[in-house]
Design a protein around this ligand. Structure first.
Ligand code: IPM
Ligand code: MN
Length: 345
């Protein structure tokens, strides 16, 4: 019999609520010969207030032993902005080399697009996850003076770009339309932009069947709204990817449906799956949060671990639920119950 060893990080705010439903669905969809072993980690604001600590080396060593990680959300208004995000979430992505941040933008059947007349939205964003402006490179000079200077240096390595671009080409090659769009801003960010463009062209020679395209990030935001069907696979840097995937969520049913995987394709470290949304402290603890994004992240997790049929069943259950959802409101656990019942049945 097979075993999945899963690290569970509920985190802050609605993270706890949505993760409980994700686990419910995961438990329901797995075949009976697969044993699910979970271990919960108490990362987030509570741990920070109690110990003053964020992610430790011991945490990383413990997490490394799992097959995968399911995360709810990290971030809380009681802690200055960035402390928990950097100290837990980004630290995990960097330490476990999650360089492929996979974010599907798919309008599922039953979801009405806010874009009138658009019903064929189906793309995936491959966001670089370990470089760009997220590395913490830079700093502050002459702090507190009128001449204070802050720099945030974007780090781009040929190695880092090559591997994420190759991953994106490989994904594009496996999809029916075989199209890959590079999104950057190489008319202004000439150093990093030209390195991305050059490597994009070079790696493309290994994928003659993939059609390629380039868009500046500002123009890309227009096409997300006016012509989202033009996108198949998109590859982009960490910060551009952060921004355009919120827009992607908005055009495919909202942030309550947007799933993501932080992937380490080599398997040297466990990959981490999480909804794109945050901890939503304004609605935390009220049973109002939509767990669907977490459930769809569980589908990505299943796919990553090779459970393709189970992943497809979770996605089908979500699509069927969305089709019957209407405008009524259900609690977080009611949505989880309905999805668990569908995947089991
Ligand atoms: C996301 C989030 C994070 C990011 C924050 C919370 C650090 O916005 O997962 O998209 O910027 O990557
Ligand atoms: Mn974001």
């Amino acid at each position: 019999s097979r075993t999945i060893s899963l690290a569970v990080i509920p985190g802050d705010g609605i993270g706890k609520e949505v993760v409980a439903e994700g686990l419910k669905v995961l438990g329901a969809v797995l075949p009976s010969d697969v044993k699910l072993e979970t271990r919960a980690y108490d990362f987030g604001a509570a741990r920070y207030h109690a110990t003053g600590e964020t992610l430790t080396d011991d945490d990383l060593a413990a997490l490394k032993a799992h097959d995968a990680i399911l995360l709810g959300a990290i971030g809380d208004p009681s802690v200055p902005s960035g402390v928990l995000e950097r100290g837990f979430l980004l630290k995990l992505r960097f330490a476990f080399d999650h360089h492929v941040n996979l974010r599907p933008g798919k309008l599922l059947p039953g979801v009405t697009s806010p874009l009138a007349g658009k019903d064929d939205i189906d793309f995936v964003v491959v966001r670089e996850g370990t470089e760009g402006p997220y590395t913490g490179n830079g700093g502050v000079l002459r702090a507190g003076t009128p001449h204070e200077v802050a720099t945030e240096v974007s780090l781009n390595t040929a190695f880092g770009i090559e591997r994420v671009v190759r991953d994106a080409y490989t994904r594009a090659q496996a999809r029916p339309r075989r199209k890959l769009t590079l999104v950057h801003k190489n008319n202004v960010l000439v150093h990093a932009g030209h390195l991305w463009s050059r490597i994009f062209a070079e790696v493309g020679r290994d994928f003659p069947e993939v059609t390629t395209d380039y868009l500046h990030v500002d123009a890309a935001t227009i096409f997300f709204v006016t012509q989202p069907e033009r996108f198949d696979v998109i590859v982009t840097d960490n910060l551009f990817g952060d921004i355009i995937t919120d827009l992607a969520a908005a055009i495919t049913g909202g942030i309550g449906l947007a799933a993501s995987g932080n992937i380490n394709p080599s398997g040297d470290f466990p990959s981490m799956f999480e909804p794109v949304h945050g901890s939503a402290p304004d609605i935390a603890g009220q049973g109002k949060a939509d767990p669907t994004a977490t459930v769809l992240s569980v589908a990505l997790l299943l796919q990553h671990l090779g459970y393709d049929q189970e992943a497809a069943r979770v996605e089908a259950a979500v699509a069927a639920d969305l089709a019957e959802r209407g405008t009524g409101t259900r609690s977080t656990s009611a949505v989880g119950d309905a999805l668990a019942a569908r995947v089991a049945g």
